[in-house]
Structures are given as C-alpha cells and as structure tokens.
Write a protein of this length. Sequence first.
Length: 425
Amino acid sequence: MQTPVKLPARRWWYLMPIIFITYSLAYLDRANYGFAAAAGIENDLGITKGTSSLIGALFFLGYFFFQVPGAIYAVKRSVRKMIFFSLILWGLCATATGFVSNIPMLMVIRFTLGVVEAAVMPAMLIYVSNWFTKTERSRANTFLVLGNPVTVLWMSIVSGYLIQSWGWREMFIIEGIPAVLWAGIWWLLVRDKPSEASWLSKEEKQTLQHVMDSEQGNIKPVRNYGEALRSRNVIMLCAVHALWSIGVYGFMMWMPSILKNAAQIDIVSVGWLAAVPYFAAITLMLTVSWLSDKFQNRKLFIWPLLLIAGIAFFSSWLIGDQAFWVSYALLVIAAACMYAPYGPFFAIIPELLPRNVSGVAMGLINSFGALGAFLGAWLVGYLNGITGGPGASYTFMAVALFASVILMYSVRGNAAQPEMSATSH
C-alpha cells in the first residue's frame, strides 16, 4: 500500500477564514433585499408586488451575463485582483441601496450589484482548485459555500434588529460597509498560487504542486473552451444548477415574507425563524462534504439530497396553513438538503475537466445557476403576489428540484482513479 503524501495543513487555517469571510460578505449584500421587502420597502417607494419580485431578481440577471468573462479573467490574469475590485464595488452598491429614492434607481443598483459580484463564485472556486487536491476539494468548497447559509443565519437576526431600530435604509448602509473595509485585508493576505506564498516552505510548495500535476494526468485532455463548454457533462451540470437554484433562491429571497404572512409575527421573530433552516443547512453541509471526500463519490451526495428537498417542499405545500409548525419543519429539512450538496457538486467539475478549461466551465455552470436564481427569485415572488399565498410557488420549486434530480443522476462520472493519495499534516 502506498504511503499517503503529506500536504501542509496550514493552508486550511490560513486560507479558509479568508475565503469564508469574503464569500460571506458577498451573500450579505445580495440577500438582505428580502428583509427590506418584508419591512416595507415596497410601500415607501410605491412598488407593486410584481415589480418587487423583479427588482429582487435583477441582481441575478447581471450575475448571469458576467460569470464567464469574469472566470476567463480569473484564469488568465488574477483571482486576487478581481476579488479586490469586486469587494469595493459591491460594498459601494450595497450601501447606495440605502439612499434610493425611486424605482429605476433601485433597479439599476440591483443589476449593477449582480454585475460586480458575478465573477466572485467562479473565481473563488478556481482559487480553491489551485490550493486544494481532489481528496480535499469537497470540504474546501463547502467552507466557501458556507458563506451562504452562515451569513443568512446571522443576517436574518441582525437585519431584523437593524430594521426595527432604524429602518431598511440604514440596514443597507450598515451592511454594505464591511465589504469595502475587507478589500484591503484581502489584498494584503491573499496570493493567487502556492508558489507565490511566503508562508509555505519550498518543499511544501513542490509537494503540493506534484500532487496537483499528478491529478491532472488522470483527466482526459480538452483542447479549448469551446470543446469543454459543449460537452455533455457541462451542459447537464448547467441545467442541474439552474433548476436547483430556482429552489434555493426562491426560498432564500422570499422566506421572510412567507413566514410573516403565514404566522402574522413581527420582523424580529421572522428573523429568528428564518435563521433556523440555515443552521440545519450548515450542519448537514459539513457532514456531506466530509463523506463525499472520504468515499470519493460525488453524485451519491448530490441527487438523493435534492430529491428529499423536493419532497419536503411539496409536503410543506400540502400541509399549508393547517399546521404551521409542521410545514415550517419541512421547510427546514428542504433548506438543509438544498444546501448540503454544494461541496460535492463543485468538486466534481475539476475532476471531469482539466485545469486549462475547468475554471471557465465552472463560470458557465454557475452562470446558469444565476439564471435559475433569477427565475426563482422573480417567479416565486410573482406567484406569491398573484395567488395571495405560497402554495403555487412551493410547487414550482419542488418541480424544479425533481427535474434537477433526474439530470444529476444522468451525469457521467470520471472513471479514472487517482495515482496517489494525500493527507494534510
């Protein structure tokens, strides 16, 4: 039996907090619109329900169009530079939301926020793939994506108190400032590749590079971006992520309003109730990512969880207002099962495609996730508005999740086995 290659454990302690905080700030500034909607931004600006759902979703339209260009820049130039400028710009856009006085201004800001945040997710996934090996990547991706539920968890509580104490304008202003401040810290601490890091020894850099290069030898070569983006697996994963995101973002954007209408409770109580599903998601994400890396079977930890999420959504709709707490518990299960597969999902991409094209493929796949998010955020809000309740939107999200299950099950894995194993020390 071959002795595992030991990799430097300090990568985890040094990089993961930086990665987590950066993506957490991105999520803070895109998700707090749902709380402003629940707190009365529509009344203050004269926004109809249909227009409100469109404004909430405009972020994802900007996000969709600029994913691939951003990923190309990150691959060919620098993740470090791209994230630095993105942090400053999205923090300023988020803060500017607190000063809006009319609907067109709000629409422009939400779309612009999507544009400047577009490259963040693919750039961060590229960054993770530059620093962590196949046996580590699901866990590393999960620490990145944990910025989503962890942020929404504490944001749900903090935003509720900020709105109650001051108002939705002050909430946007206060929550936009940290991204601008963090940009300086990011620039000082981050380097694009292990070879540029002063905190790794020469031997550690060589060992890590050797393991990374050996993994590339097990992947079928792909000549260019066009060949990669037209491949069956990439097309399937684009569709999976789009359908999956309909459920995730429909849930995230409109849960505060759904809870407030269903239970007739104050905004602070809504914040506490909205936080619980994300706590469940965090716990399950960590467990699933560990199991995915241990067994090296990505699909097994994706489609079954999405299936459970779809069933929980549909069951929550069937129960409806007859038993609020049972319906709410099913929403908690649905949220946990929707978020848990992110680590394995993004780990599978660089295992199917070589380094020269995997980053751009991740950008394309994530852009279709943004398109699904746009549809989820818009149509869920729209359906809630025209039907007067969440029943139709629950069904819509459940159907989308069931379709993503069928497609994910059909994705063909990479049969090649790694030539060596690696452990952190």
